[in-house]
Write a protein that binds this ligand. Sequence first.
Ligand code: KIV
Length: 271
Amino acid sequence: MSPEPKGINVHELLAMKERGERIVCLTCYDALFARLLDESGVDILLVGDSVNEVLAGAESTLSATLEQMIYHTRIVRRGTSRALVVCDLPFLSYQISREEAIRNAGRAMAETGCHAVKLEGGKPMAQTVRALVDVGIPVMGHLGLTPQSVHALGGHRVQGRDEKTAERLKEDAKALEDAGAFAIVLELVPAPLASQITKSLTIPTIGIGAGPACDGQVLVLHDMLGLNDKFAAKFVKRYAALAEDVREAVRLYAAEVREGRYPGPEHSFPK
Ligand code: KIV
């Protein structure tokens, strides 16, 4: 028998919450960045359906396909040895029926080697979460601004600002926990509400635009690296300015090629 792989698993994430240790999560879409993030100690690599916007240039996540998610998750998994890899289930791959949810989430697990899947929605998705958990598929929930419902929600708005929607979010979180989800992403939720939800659950919350009290944080990698410098939501902190670094490097390369300064003798083969 091969030894148990040494890496983050869903039980370790629960233990981290119990110990009060913050969970570090970033989105990741390829093997190269997966290796860099894994080596830097990121706990969860989320292969988000945001790949459809960030890399494929689409306007929303709605047109992401299961094939696309399987491809990106498989290559992320190749670059990962410690982090937990989560595959985002795309729009309509889990909402139609529990059978389809099991078939599609099962494909994602079997064909990519990921450790868990993520899906959006609260109470209405609880039975689907339970069905997946019952066949051995760990599920991460996603509440608040759920991008697959962006049009129904009227845009990228903070969720849970009034009492009624705040109550609903609390109930949704409890329903996902009761259904067996191992963690919940809280996106664009007022910090005090995210704090209340976090305290009310035994499973960790992973915040994005949900304040500092969540058990962990997630950002879109290309936003926090400043690779996408067109627009940044209020909650994004840029830890680097790579878009400008890329432009500068490419301008220098282009100038050297045009002026015949690259390649130099040190880059050439005399024989
Ligand atoms: O698709 C994604 O990248 C996500 C995160 C922003 C949470 O769902």
